[in-house]
Design a protein around this ligand. Structure first.
Ligand code: ADP
Ligand code: ZN
Length: 602
């Protein structure tokens, strides 16, 4: 049977090998065992049920909560020649009935349903009379009250067992801690399931985090290394979204805004464009992302701190689902910290919940301030041990210089103390640097012994030190609103007990060239001009078929095509991501372009 699975993998999907745990999941279903699959986003969950669906006789049911994504998934299957359909409330009655009849007649191999759809008697009858060989429950964490996306209609899924007592079930999710996992297995009434838990690591995502000095300028610099690539830029507020979006458009980028303040039409226009186009940037508040399935998002940029590590991991996880190199980039500043703590202060959170939320903000900041492997920290936050340094985060790629900043720390703390712990960082730095500012002079602060004692240290450097002092609780905010600084619990150690204060600063290394390196690796031995022509062809076909370009072929497929230079259909089938159906469908569109190129380069 597993041979058949390999044939389907190659013949239908055009892939040579299974990824980690895919084969085990498929084998388990073929042995009719209930199976739980935990894989990170982009890990390749869909194949875990799509391949057995095609191996087995009869019908596979896929339960999915996101109605908006069903069409997308079904289209992608159809283009590979799989008879897949969906039944949900978005369909006209006539179409609905026609598909229903097709299922009854046994002409459908995979049927996608929403959990609420399952409640209807008509669907229940359909399941009873059809030969259902597998039920796959996607986004299975929705079944758990512990999960962050609990849906009450998922609770009824357990009753599928009464309806289909002998059919194996598969549950799939990317977000499940131990409690959620138990809930899934219990609520779906799994029988001695095989539990497959993959690492949460997204090894193709590179983490890169920098202190903010001029966010917009830093973003533009980052984007200049990502020309022609698709990505998401997250901002903290709607206003900032609009500003950043406008700036990017000014710079000639194909950027669109997405936030709750826009009309429904504008929002769905942006989302639709993002799904269909290449070389597009969505600038968004975190409202954007749910239900985004685009595999070739090359970067996710954050213009400020995420709310917590969980959100950060979810947001950055939207990059690189296709397994190709992608970057999660972030700039963070003290203003973000103030904003996030401010939100918390104004929220209803009380007592222990407030403490937890506050600790989560702190973990996020600790993550940013790391000088050791970021991946290690992230995975350990999710309870996973990562044995070595990853070599694919800025901390691993940079060297750090340790600087003894005890003297600067003392100067700063003294100034905070002597000005009465009632001013913000900028004012303190002004005093230290001997500013002639009117306000400062009128208060007589130029008479203090600390006035001007820090003039040899640039303001930017002082800001860096302040961030470190705050982060390690040597300083603390007395008022978040006015950002006035006071001495923190750790100040006394430095002022009175002779403790030293060290800061780590990244040394500039030939590091920004990562993207260039990636490009040369990707395109080594590949002909750029040809890739461009193949890409144009893909766009034209996608338009004609009304599907996103990546459903025709992924970038990886086009690049592979341009390096293998297939001459006929047999060779075309060798290309990554080309199955039999796509070969039949598209060989005649792409082979002539390659032939013409070969001719021209003779
Ligand atoms: P998930 O649902 O886990 O986020 P998907 O099922 O959408 O991930 O798969 C992510 C991408 O990886 C898709 O583009 C898919 O075609 C591709 N993929 C999955 N399995 C394989 C494989 N064995 N070989 C090559 N590509 C694969
Ligand atoms: Zn690392």
């Amino acid at each position: 049977m597993i041979d058949k699975a390999y044939d389907i993998l190659k013949g239908v999907f055009g892939y040579d090998d299974f990824r980690l745990n895919q084969k085990q999941a498929i084998e388990s279903i073929l042995e009719e065992r209930d199976t739980f699959v935990l894989m990170p986003t982009g890990g390749g969950k869909s194949l875990c049920y799509q391949v057995p669906a095609l191996c087995l006789d009869g019908l596979t049911i896929v339960i999915s909560p996101l109605i908006s994504l069903m069409k997308n998934q079904v289209d992608a299957l159809k283009i590979n020649g799989v008879s897949a359909e969906y039944l949900n409330s978005t369909l006209d009655m006539d179409v609905w009935n026609e598909i229903y009849q097709n299922v009854v007649d046994g002409n459908v191999k995979m049927l996608y349903l929403s959990p609420e759809g399952l409640a209807s008697q008509k669907i229940k009858n359909l399941l009873k009379i059809s030969n259902v060989s597998l039920v796959a429950v996607d986004e299975a964490h929705c079944v758990s009250q512990w999960g962050h996306e609990f849906r009450s209609d998922y609770m009824t899924l357990g009753s599928l067992r009464d309806l289909l007592p002998n059919t194996p079930m598969m549950a799939l999710t990317a977000t499940a801690d131990e409690k959620v996992r138990q809930d899934i297995v219990t609520n779906l009434r799994f029988n001695n399931p095989l539990e497959l838990v993959s690492s949460f690591d997204r090894s193709n995502i590179r983490y890169e985090i920098k202190p903010k000095d001029n966010g917009m300028k830093q973003l533009l610099e980052f984007l200049s290394n990502h020309k022609g690539e698709t990505g998401i830029v997250y901002c903290g507020t709607r206003k900032r979204v609009d500003q950043v979006c406008e700036k990017l458009r000014e710079k000639g980028r194909n950027a669109f805004a997405y936030h709750a303040g826009l009309s429904d039409e504008d929002r769905s226009m942006a989302q639709d464009k993002f799904e269909k186009e290449e070389d597009i940037i969505i600038v968004a508040t975190i409202a954007f992302g749910m239900g985004i399935d685009k595999p070739n998002v090359r970067f996710v940029a954050h213009m400020g701190l995420s709310k917590n590590i969980e959100s950060y991991y979810q947001e950055t996880g939207r990059a690189g689902r296709d397994g190709e190199a992608a970057v999660a980039w972030m700039v963070f500043g003290l203003d973000d910290l103030v904003r996030n703590k401010g939100f918390l202060d104004r929220s209803d959170a009380q007592g222990v919940y407030k403490e937890i939320a506050s600790a989560k903000i702190d973990s996020m900041l600790s993550f940013c301030e790391l000088t050791t492997c970021r991946r290690k920290y992230l995975l350990s936050y999710f309870g996973e041990e990562y044995p070595q340094d990853c070599g694919n985060c800025d901390c691993c790629l940079n060297d750090f210089e340790t600087h003894d900043a005890t003297l600067e720390a003392k100067k700063f703390l003294s100034t905070v103390f002597r000005t009465g712990q009632t001013f913000g960082a900028k004012y303190i730095i002004d005093v230290l640097r001997g500013s002639k500012d009117e306000k400062l002079l009128s208060r007589g602060h130029d008479q203090l012994s600390v006035y001007g004692i820090g003039k040899d240290t640039p303001a930017k450097e002082w800001n860096f030190i302040v961030r470190n002092l705050l982060f390690r609780e040597v300083l603390q905010y007395r008022s978040l609103e006015y950002r006035t600084l006071g001495l923190g619990p750790k100040a006394v150690g430095i002022l009175k007990e002779g403790e030293s204060f060290e800061v780590n600063r990244p040394l500039k290394k030939a590091n920004g060239s990562f993207n260039k390196v990636r490009k040369t690796i990707e395109k080594d031995g590949v002909h750029d001009v040809l890739v461009e022509k193949l890409t144009d062809k893909r766009s034209a076909l996608a338009k004609e078929l009304k599907v996103p370009p990546y459903q025709v072929f992924s970038n990886k497929t086009l690049i592979d095509m341009a390096s293998l230079l297939p001459k006929d259909e047999v060779e075309f089938l060798e290309v990554h991501g080309v199955g039999e159906k796509k070969c039949q469908k598209f060989a005649n569109d792409f082979l002539p372009i390659i032939a013409e190129f070969n001719q021209a380069s003779l």
